[in-house]
Design a protein around this ligand. Sequence first.
Ligand code: THU
Length: 157
Amino acid sequence: MEKKTLTIDYSEYGSLDELPAEERKLMECAMRATAGAYAPYSGFHVGAAVLLADGSVVTGNNQENIAYPSGMCAERVALFSASAQRPKEAIVALAVVGWNKGEYCEASPCGACRQTMAEYEMRSGNKMKVYCYAAGGRIRCIEGVEKLIPFGFEAKL
Ligand code: THU
């Protein structure tokens, strides 16, 4: 038996203003997208924005349902919409933010969204950067989905 350790590196920006212009715009798109969330059950609004290789941006927000599991997270709404509209464009970056009790707040993709992100990385062969709005208005950036879902599901079918 051998004990092994996994370390994950990421960067953190002090505020939105520290982000490079394109990434800042992407996070601002995610922030605006929170307004379209349909979250009457949790009250927690999430906005996501996906930047594609051709420079276009596709947004999404959480869509809840009275039959709870039938709802969908903001990230997957954005990812599925991007892939449906521009299937050949690699996803370069994804930004995600929460909105609760009148202010923007931390949001980090759930496990199912991470697995979905991994699928699109595998499809395009292009690592995506993931920007998460974090406590105190800081922005966390993780390069490559493998760091978010180590040992994620893979299969040779
Ligand atoms: N939610 C997202 O939109 N993204 C995530 O990564 C996790 C959770 C949504 C689902 C639900 O509508 C609300 O946040 C509260 O869980």
